[in-house]
Design a protein around this ligand. Sequence first.
Ligand code: AMP
Length: 284
Amino acid sequence: MQVIRTIKDLRSWRNEIGNSIVSLVPTMGYLHEGHLQLVEEANDQSDYTVLSLFVNPLQFGPNEDFDKYPRDEARDFELAEKAGVDVVFCPTSDELYGEEPSVQLIVTKRVNVLCGKSRPGHFDGVVTVVSKLFHLVQPHVACFGLKDAQQVAVIEGLVAALDFPVRIHRVATVREADGLAKSSRNVRLSAVERDMAPIVYEALCIGKTVLTTGGSANAAVETVRNKLADSAQGVFTIDYVEAYDFPSLTPDIQLNGEVLLAVACQFENARLIDNVLVQLPEKR
Ligand code: AMP
């Protein structure tokens, strides 16, 4: 496995491998089995897998956890190598962004809801870094986790809007045995919070049942919200519980369509997000 830190070295590696099939797995590091599942699926579809490790300052708001985001490069290299990654690209922020940019990308669709609403500018930062990675790595395939379902929808919009010749491969959420979605931020939960955190997925599953048994999106949202509110005991607060058509992220839920039921909860030192995607039955 090669570790590449500069744009120059990445470009020369990319030129060397020519027409080989390349996949890209963009991450912020502190790898866990969710990331490794992306790598496994990337390996299956390409000759070379590039994993980027970069905590992107542009996608964090001023009062968010950029400084406290967990980082451990040596551990990430070891896990990446074991998983079969060919190249780890881990630039510094200066290397990637240099001086103040003269062009800015702004996402105009699918961001007035969910994390786009509670984290203004977040997805502008995401599409900026992902666009740069697409230009540098020139992947044929890029893997993204449905744990961040809004991110998948926004990136698919980016590819369509800017004509990137990249296929987006969606990867299902990897969970702990008790249902908690794997996340780099889980290490920042206290013991009491970690015990309580599986309620997020439990509540989503109850909401899913409401939808699959003919209940409305509003009924599912209310069910999830009530379950979370009844369980919170002051340990976390609910940021949002929302349901939208996927991937349009509009409230216009289609018969026979797919519904994204999504939650964000704020614990003391970690904001956790999770969701379920529900295929609606033909007849309701
Ligand atoms: P992050 O490092 O949190 O920015 O995540 C990098 C990529 O891994 C994103 O595409 C995430 O959606 C994906 N990812 C994070 N957690 C999981 C998980 N539990 N299961 C599947 N994919 C995940």
